[in-house]
Design a protein around this ligand. Structure first.
Ligand code: BTN
Length: 270
């Protein structure tokens, strides 16, 4: 679908700072999930050498969150975006670049949101965007499936923008930019600034500047150190105190006199 004029104008203004992202931007008024559309179009995008394909929608009817959750995606409420990236083409240590991709995206989104709105956002491991412990946005990275190009990742992000009644299960846990700031936020400027920040952090990743990403992530995630957390594994529930992340982005948690390394799953700050 053709881009709305103000969306196209925001992208064009940002173009000199977008690097290899957004050479193609697809817009849909209503879509199931932007991640699915990006996955469907990725082969074509790569054949046309347009890594950085961006899919944006005004509304998603089957927006997905992590761990099988749905993502609240009504029309005009939030930013729903997916980008096709290829971290495995990194010049240095492609495996580490792929592992650190979602942390890099989290850093970029926090930076892009602050640039566009002035709001300081915290990161919660692994990659929730939060304000005062309420969820403002999230990231869903999906690698391509079997038989597909295995070196691409669809990175989808959702940011709550407008003040709108959340469903009951989210009411106490979610927030939006407009409720935090008490003013209207232009979604197209926000989209452009998050993509610019993403482009910059993606270049860090491709060039092996992993410490820059990890240092920025640590600064943006104060609760990754010294906070009491609980998580569940097959062995049952455990609690401990966070002591940071390691060089591959795993969360480190001290339990008595040992440190556990958590690589996936849901960790609850208690
Ligand atoms: C999370 O659970 O925190 C991740 C949420 C990711 C939501 C975004 S919205 C755009 C993209 N399309 C989807 O279906 N999900 C992601």
């Amino acid at each position: 679908m053709t881009l709305p004029d103000d969306l196209a104008a925001a992208i064009e203004r940002a173009r000199p700072r977008l690097g290899r992202l957004a050479s193609t931007v697809l817009f849909f008024e209503t879509i199931g999930s932007t991640n699915d559309m990006a996955a469907e179009r990725r082969a074509k995008a790569l054949a046309e050498r347009s890594e950085g394909l961006v899919v944006v929608a005004d509304q998603q009817t089957s927006g997905r969150g992590r761990r099988g959750h749905t993502w609240f995606s009504p029309a005009g409420f939030g930013l729903y975006v997916s980008v096709v990236l290829a971290p495995a083409t990194a010049r240095t240590d492609p495996a580490r670049a792929t592992t650190l991709l979602t942390l890099a995206v989290g850093v970029a989104l926090a930076e892009g949101i602050e640039q566009a709105t002035g709001l300081r956002v915290d990161l919660k491991w692994p990659n929730d965007l939060q304000v005062s412990r309420r969820k403002l946005g999230g990231i869903l990275a999906e690698s391509s499936g079997a038989g597909d190009r295995s070196d691409t990742v669809v990175v989808g992000y959702g940011i709550n923008v407008q003040t709108q009644a959340f469903p009951p299960e989210l009411r106490d846990r979610a927030t939006s930019l407009e409720s935090e700031l008490g003013r209207t936020i232009g979604r197209h400027h926000l989209l452009a600034e998050t993509l610019v920040a993403l482009s910059r952090r993606y270049e860090d990743l491709l060039a092996g500047r992993f410490d820059a990403i990890l240092d920025a992530w640590r600064r943006l995630a104060p609760a990754a150190s010294g906070a009491r957390v609980e998580w569940t594994t097959n062995a049952g529930a455990s609690t401990g105190v966070t002591v940071g992340i390691d060089d591959l982005g795993a969360l480190l948690v001290r339990i008595d006199d040992r440190v556990e390394r958590i690589v996936s799953g849901e960790v609850v700050w208690i």
